[in-house]
Design a binder for this molecule. Structure first.
Ligand code: IMP
Ligand code: MG
Length: 174
C-alpha cells in the first residue's frame, strides 16, 4: 500500500477553481446574509479557503475536526469529534463545508449534532460526492463534482496524510 501513487488527474486546478467560484455564487444567492461556514478539517481546508475567498459580502468561519478513517483507504466505521466549534450556531445560516461525501456516515453524524444547536438554517456543501458508496441518506445541497467509486487525493484530500497539498485532484490505485 505504501507505494500507492496518484495516477491520472481527475480535475485540474483550473477546473476546481471555476467550479468553486460557481458554488460560492450559488451559496450566496441562497444565503444573502448571516452566512457562517463550518469547515470539517483537515480535508476541507483548501476548499474552504477558496470558497470563502470567492464569497461576496460578509462571511464568518469556524472549524471542527472529525475522524472517520483510521488509516489508508478503509473506513473505521467509527466517527470521533476531535475538535468542536468555538462559537454557537444559534440563529446563524450555517453551511457545512466538506471535502467529500463517501458513505455519508460522517456527514449524517455532523448534521445531527449541528442541527441540535438550532441554527437558523443548515446546508451542506461538498466538493466531491461518490453516490454509489452511500450508506446514510444525507442531504447535500451543493456538490462540486460527482465521481465514481475511486479513491482520490489532492486539494485537501489525503491518502494516509499524503498529497493534501496538491492543487488538483488525482486518482490513487488501491
Ligand atoms: P464518509 O463518512 O464515508 O462519507 O467519509 C467521509 C470522509 O472520508 C471524508 O471527509 C474523507 O476524509 C474520507 N474519504 C472518503 N473518500 C475519500 C477519498 O476518495 N479520498 C480521500 N478521503 C476520502
Ligand atoms: Mg480524510
Amino acid at each position: 500500500m505504501d507505494d500507492c501513487q496518484p495516477t491520472e488527474i481527475l480535475f485540474t486546478a483550473a477546473q476546481i477553481q471555476s467550479r468553486v467560484a460557481e458554488m460560492a455564487a450559488e451559496i450566496r444567492r441562497d444565503v444573502p446574509e448571516g452566512l457562517h461556514l463550518v469547515a470539517v478539517l483537515k480535508g476541507a481546508f483548501m476548499f474552504l479557503a477558496d470558497l470563502a475567498r470567492r464569497m461576496d459580502g460578509e462571511v464568518s468561519l469556524d472549524f471542527m475536526v472529525v475522524s472517520s478513517y483510521a488509516k489508508g483507504t478503509s473506513s473505521s466505521g467509527e466517527i470521533r469529534l476531535q475538535k468542536d466549534l468555538d462559537t454557537t450556531l444559534n440563529g446563524k445560516n450555517v453551511v457545512v463545508v466538506e471535502d467529500i461525501v463517501d458513505t455519508g456516515l460522517t456527514l449524517a453524524y455532523l448534521q445531527e449534532i449541528l442541527r441540535a444547536r438550532l441554527p437558523k438554517s443548515l446546508r451542506t456543501a461538498c466538493l466531491l460526492s461518490k453516490p454509489s458508496r452511500r450508506q446514510a441518506d444525507v442531504q447535500v445541497d451543493y456538490v462540486g463534482f460527482t465521481i465514481e467509486d475511486r479513491f482520490v487525493v489532492g486539494y485537501g484530500l489525503d491518502y494516509a496524510e499524503r498529497y493534501r497539498h496538491l492543487p488538483h485532484i488525482s486518482v490513487i490505485e488501491r
